[in-house]
Design a protein around this ligand. Structure first.
Ligand code: 4NP
Length: 157
């Protein structure tokens, strides 16, 4: 059977989208669904290409037994062909993804969504950018994403 492919996208690909990717993979593993999925993350920006996720986010994730292993990359036009779902962390990411898609071939099929459209516990309409804030912001991002990533998986089935 063809795998379902999901790309999580934020600005830098070192805080929010790598966290969403790790949380989603962990959820799939716990539900025995991992083999049916391809999961990745990317940034709309290019500043951090090749870098590990921000150490503050990796530490916050490790405290929850989540390993963030990804290396930052920038979203490309090919991603619209490769992925079934492209999931933005905030409205600005969503707009930038739509802009890029509008400049690609019409055969591209990815469904572009915002992760907070799948929230149930937290009321945030966007995943706040923790990069310039304190350590507590990273924990809050993980709390928010654990809720909405679960909602996203439920929406697929
Ligand atoms: P992210 O956070 O989009 O969640 O990875 C950011 C990381 C880096 C920057 C901004 C946001 N930056 O300006 O370098």
């Amino acid at each position: 059977m063809k795998k379902i492919s999901v790309l999580f996208v934020c600005l830098g690909n070192i805080c929010r989208s790598p966290a969403a990717e790790a949380i989603f993979i962990n959820l799939l593993e716990r539900k025995g669904l991992k083999d049916g999925f391809i999961v990745d993350s990317a940034g709309t920006g290019s500043w951090h290409i090749g870098k590990k996720a921000d150490s503050r986010m990796r530490l916050a994730a490790e405290r929850r037994d989540l390993n963030i292993l990804s290396r930052a990359r920038q979203i490309t036009k090919e991603d619209f062909k490769e992925f079934n779902y492209i999931i933005a962390m905030d409205d600005s990411n969503f707009r930038n993804i739509q802009d890029l898609k509008s400049r690609t071939a019409s055969t591209d099929f990815a469904s572009i969504k915002k992760i907070q459209d799948f929230r149930s516990v937290f009321n945030e309409q966007e995943v706040p950018d923790p990069y310039f804030g304190g350590d507590e912001g990273f924990d809050y991002v993980l709390d928010i994403l654990e809720d909405s990533v679960k909602g996203f998986l439920e929406s697929i089935f």
